[in-house]
Design a protein around this ligand. Structure first.
Ligand SMILES: Nc1nc2c(ncn2[C@@H]2O[C@H](COP(=O)(O)OP(=O)(O)OP(=O)(O)O)[C@@H](O)[C@H]2O)c(=O)[nH]1
Ligand SMILES: [Mg+2]
Length: 252
């Protein structure tokens, strides 16, 4: 019996993989808006190791949050098409400060230090709590938090207090699965389903997951399109931008 025989077909049926879970199409003009936004010049603005060193709130901000080594800095690089904008490493704990990158005069990308790695010293955990929790709770210009989860592992114990923190801080947040080049299609679909199931218990979480591979590219254009919704319009000048951030407050 060949592979196309009726009895075998359901066993070998491919699991559909998309950039979003649950899968849906994204309109081409949104993809183009994301491409144009992320094709702009991207500049390192500041690195803050302490809460009192955060830069002025000039632009709407998107923060990349997640366990160490999940791929936050790599995702910032992939989104901006720059391999070395944010420093990446195989060793957990590479990013030690909150790094701010301005995308033209329209959007700030914020690469956060990771949490939950075994080798972290007590003082490193305290510094993370002091600085990152303060940032997440107090930043008026923060429009969306991307909570990155490794697509091979799904939600792990260290992620659960972070989900509760996002809820209690009233953040607008969404899950982005990373490293989707690593698991097989079935494993990826299973992880996405179980993450979405757990997110259903968190009313503030965006009910859609992005599936991305910073290394190979899938999902990057779709995430650019989603994040473009938070950017200032392209004709805005930075003085207008300052007013827009000051008056519109943080998204809930
Ligand atoms: N295969 C694969 N590897 C990836 C991908 N994204 C990141 N990595 C690798 O994962 C490791 C960690 O990536 P980083 O971007 O430094 O992770 P991070 O979340 O910023 O880590 P911290 O700064 O320690 O919190 C690096 O070795 C990357 O090359 C991906 O999409 N696919
Ligand atoms: Mg990093």
């Amino acid at each position: 019996m060949g592979d196309h025989a009726p009895g075998r077909r359901c066993l070998s049926k491919p699991v559909p993989i998309a950039d979003l879970f649950p899968p849906r199409d994204i309109e081409p003009d949104l993809i183009e808006a994301g491409r144009l936004l992320f094709a702009q010049d991207c500049r390192f603005i500041a690195g803050a190791a302490e809460a009192d060193a955060l830069p002025d709130e000039r632009l709407p901000e998107i923060a990349f949050l997640g366990r160490s080594n999940v791929g936050k800095s790599s995702l910032v690089n992939a989104l901006t098409g720059r391999r070395t904008l944010a420093r990446t490493s195989n060793t957990p704990g590479r990013t030690r400060q909150i790094n701010f990158f301005a995308l033209g005069d329209r959007l700030m990308l914020v690469d956060l230090p990771g949490y939950g790695y075994a080798e972290a010293s007590k003082s490193a955990v305290q510094a993370w709590t002091r600085t990152v929790q303060h940032y997440l709770r107090a930043r008026n210009s923060l429009r969306r938090v991307c909570l990155l989860i490794d697509s091979r592992h799904g939600l792990k114990e260290p992620d659960r207090p972070i989900l509760r923190l996002c809820d209690s801080a009233g953040l607008s947040y969404q899950v982005v699965l990373t490293k989707t080049d690593k698991p097989g299609a079935t494993e990826l679909a299973t992880t996405a389903g179980s993450v979405l199931g757990e997110l259903a218990k968190h009313g503030a979480a965006h009910p859609e997951i992005h599936l991305t591979s910073a290394e190979k590219g899938p999902g990057i254009a779709a995430l650019r399109a989603a994040l473009a919704a938070f950017a200032l319009p392209s004709e805005s000048r930075s003085d207008v931008a300052a007013g827009a951030v000051a008056t519109s407050g943080r998204a809930r």
